[in-house]
Design a protein around this ligand. Structure first.
Ligand SMILES: Cc1cc2nc3c(=O)[nH]c(=O)nc-3n(C[C@H](O)[C@H](O)[C@H](O)COP(=O)(O)OP(=O)(O)OC[C@H]3O[C@@H](n4cnc5c(N)ncnc54)[C@H](O)[C@@H]3O)c2cc1C
Length: 466
């Protein structure tokens, strides 16, 4: 690998922008980033909306981080952006009828059963922290290489010494391929799902009977989970998109916007030919290396994919996460974010699971983002229109009649593989393919569908292969 190599980065989301940053830090300056949209940040999209004559940012995609966002912090520092001064995260809980509930409050609606249940939950949370640090030692690194074989090998998530490589053997790690609900039952900690479901399922990452425990525990490692529980979360005043926009401006070669990669040809012993389409039309650019940060199951459709690429990437599953930003009838909106716990199980597909109230000072006149999942492995999808209508009805039940939807979207969200494919070593097969035909794979699938795991994966790939 030479620092003079021409590197093509496909995608200007967190993975692509952070990969360029890490390449520059390593002395690679001969790269180009192609982004098909007219904006940087991918699923970090923070549009400005005028309310009472004042423009403020709202979030349609990523909202928050925590003190365990080590790689995102490196991007922040490079970009000159800070999470200090972002709006506070505050929340309450509701049931499916819209009524306020207090599932974790030891002072409200107290009964002997509730006290017993809360004590049991506390004991099991303690047990989970303990087994993750002992029985599952090594679980808390980015990525999944080796896990299916009972090994760990990745950048550490330890607060004391993050982002250094840890490596070892621990046969118990194979359990992480199990769906999270089975993993919890196996370890006698099923009560913890009541807590983990909030930041996990409501944020669109899937249901606990279908998602390998590895994704849950690597995202909500015990430190991050405790930060969530105590609401010590990072947000960005100008939105998460501002991190990547500012970082892009600091790069020696900012991304080419409105430039879609439509074809990739990788002939033997010759440069990689990348066909790009922009407003001037189509043209071919030549590169020595390719760094793919866009969905790999999409990549095989526009690249000269090898059979093993088509087969492996064909196994990727993604969530269908729907959200809209809504205004409410005057003085009738929420004044704080809410979790609707009853709606976080597959029988409630298409129902609103969470709503995000961003600006405390705007009180009930603050536009809010409302979120729902419409797919579950083994069930028919909830139709998109049904989902939107159901989300509006759920908000009304909570007492918040939607006046207007200002923005709505469905995201290709949280790419992952099934428990069986995980156990079959999907990630080891992917790792063995890194570098073949001078192609490197990065982005959300590498570790987890959040900003931190995505940026850390870019750091890892650049560190190992460039
Ligand atoms: C509703 C929602 C809530 C979220 N909440 C959080 C949160 O609170 N905290 C958190 O950490 N994360 C959150 N996330 C997840 C986070 O946004 C993603 O994990 C992250 O954006 C993934 O980065 P990426 O670069 O891998 O992919 P993306 O962000 O999807 O970026 C990929 C980019 O590639 C571009 N592209 C695709 N195909 C091509 C092509 N052929 N040519 C050129 N460009 C192409 C796309 O336009 C896109 O810009 C949330 C996401 C959503 C949608």
């Amino acid at each position: 690998m030479s620092r003079e190599d021409r590197v093509c980065i496909i995608g200007g989301g967190p993975a692509g922008i952070s990969a360029a940053m890490y390449l520059e830090k390593k002395g690679y300056e001969n790269y180009e980033i192609y982004e098909r949209l007219n904006k940087i940040g991918g699923k970090c999209y923070s549009p400005k909306i005028k309310v009472f004559g004042e423009d403020r940012t709202y979030e349609t995609g990523a909202i928050m981080g925590a003190k365990t966002y080590f790689a995102v912090h490196e991007v922040e520092e490079f970009a000159g952006v800070t999470h200090e001064g972002g709006p506070n995260m505050r929340r309450m809980y509701r049931d499916k009828t819209g009524k306020e509930i207090f599932p974790f409050d030891i002072k409200k609606d107290i009964t002997p059963k509730k006290v017993r249940d809360l004590l049991k939950l506390k004991r099991q949370m303690k047990k989970l922290v303990q087994i993750m640090n002992t029985k599952y030692k090594g679980y808390d690194c980015y990525g999944h290489v080796g896990v299916a074989k009972g090994e760990y090998n990745g950048l550490s998530k330890e607060v004391e010494r993050p982002l250094h490589r840890i490596k070892g053997t621990n046969p118990n790690l194979k359990d992480l391929a199990l769906p999270f609900d089975q993993f919890c039952r196996l370890n006698g900690v099923e009560e913890v799902m009541k807590i983990w479901i909030g930041p996990y399922t409501s944020f669109g990452y899937g249901y606990f009977d279908e998602i390998p425990a590895a994704y849950v525990m690597k995202y909500l490692d015990t430190t991050t989970a405790i930060e969530f529980i105590n609401m010590r979360l990072w947000t960005w005043k100008d939105g998460t998109q501002s991190i990547y926009e500012a970082a892009n401006k600091k790069l020696k070669h900012p991304a080419h916007l409105c430039t879609e990669v439509v074809k990739v040809e990788r002939p033997e012993n010759a440069p990689i030919r990348v066909t790009i389409r922009d407003e001037a039309g189509e043209r071919v650019e030549e590169f020595d290396k390719l760094l793919v940060t866009t969905p790999l199951d999409h990549f095989v459709k526009f690249a000269d994919a090898r059979e093993e690429e088509t087969e492996l990437f064909g196994k990727i599953i993604h969530e269908k996460y729907v959200d809209f930003i809504a205004t409410f009838e005057e003085d009738e909106g929420p004044t704080i974010s809410g979790y609707i716990f009853d709606n976080m199980t597959p029988d409630r597909l298409g129902h609103a699971m969470v709503y995000y109230h961003r600006w405390e000072d705007l009180e009930e006149n603050c536009p809010c983002t409302v979120y729902a999942l419409r797919n579950h492995m083994g069930s028919p999808d909830a139709a998109y229109e049904y989902t939107i209508k159901t989300m509006e009805k759920d908000m009304k039940k909570c007492g918040f009649p939607v006046k207007e939807r200002l923005y709505e979207q469905e995201s290709y969200y949280c790419p992952h593989v099934s428990p069986d494919d995980y156990a079959d070593g999907w990630y080891d097969k992917l790792d063995a393919m890194q570098g073949k035909q001078n192609t490197f794979y990065a982005g959300e699938i590498l570790s987890f569908g959040d900003m931190e795991d995505t940026c850390a994966s870019s750091r890892d790939i650049v560190g190992r292969f460039f």
